[in-house]
Design a binder for this molecule. Structure first.
Ligand SMILES: [Zn+2]
Ligand SMILES: [Zn+2]
Length: 275
């Protein structure tokens, strides 16, 4: 299992800084924003930045990399917002292609699910990812629900990706808040994921505990063992069926919190390995 944090590229070293951080912390995967997640502004690459990123990554023998799309993107919206969203997502896909990042994750947004599906496919087309065999895979992330948000039910997510090259990124906090009982029946939830989406269509997991209660619809991440899901997450993530997934912790970052979350996750994985 590859695992790591969502790391920053805003430091002096830019993209390479994300890989340096991964190396320091002993991570085997990372997630990044390829541009500011709360602005429409694109971020150009500095000279040598791409080469620096690729070279450092290669030195590590590869480092599965996920790019998380901007929070402003709403593929289910109409008009100008849809256009901007598709363009922004296409930019992330093109970046992923250039960097060799394996996955791009986007929230489906709110509004019309057919438009959301069309938007995701259009972004792929604009970025020409279908053309190359090693292009990034675009994944839609399940949401906690609330408002008109699409994607809190697995059935809706299936409608969004069925018959397309799109896949799913499964966020445990969002699923729990949307009413999937990871605290009580983690294995049953995996069974549902497999039955409805198919585990092969789910290469990335966001491993977060939840501040919000079960079924609350609240998207608020907690550290491992510090939220409402608790040890259910351990059973979930150490299940044999998920052993080949890329796992990203989107927990709050600080030296102290990082140490806690990494220690807990490593203990879980080591115990599972020795069973
Ligand atoms: Zn997300
Ligand atoms: Zn997430």
């Amino acid at each position: 299992m590859h695992y790591g944090f969502h790391v920053s590229i805003s430091g002096q070293q830019g993209l390479a800084g994300a890989v340096i951080e991964a190396e320091l912390l002993g991570l085997s995967a990372i997630q990044i924003f390829a541009k500011s997640p709360r602005s429409w502004k694109l971020r150009g690459l500095k000279p040598g930045e791409l080469e620096g990123f690729r070279a450092r990554r290669e030195n590590l023998g590869g480092l599965p990399t996920v790019i998380h799309a901007s929070y402003l993107v709403n593929l289910g919206a109409g008009g100008d917002l849809w256009d901007k969203s598709v363009f922004s997502l296409a930019d992330d896909l093109a970046k992923a292609q250039a960097l060799g990042a394996e996955y791009v994750v986007v929230h489906p947004g709110s509004g019309d699910w057919q438009r959301a599906r069309e938007g995701a496919l259009k972004a792929r087309e604009l970025a020409k990812v279908g053309k190359s065999k090693n292009g990034p895979r675009l994944l839609l992330e399940n949401t906690a629900g609330g408002g008109e948000k699409l994607g809190n039910r697995l059935e809706t997510l299936l409608e969004l990706i069925e018959g397309t090259p799109l896949g799913l990124c499964f966020d445990t906090c969002h699923a729990f808040a949307a009413g999937y009982p990871i605290h009580q029946d983690p294995q049953g939830v995996i069974g549902q994921l497999d039955a409805i989406i198919g585990l092969a269509n789910l290469p990335v997991i966001h491993l977060n505990d939840s501040v919000g209660e079960f079924g609350s619809g609240v998207d608020h991440h907690a550290g491992l063992l510090e939220g409402e899901i608790g040890v259910g997450l351990r059973t979930f993530i150490t299940d044999e069926r998920l052993h080949d997934k890329v796992v990203i912790l989107e927990t709050r970052r600080s030296t102290h919190e990082d140490a806690h979350n990494l220690r807990v996750l490593r203990e879980w994985l080591e115990d599972a390995d020795s069973r």
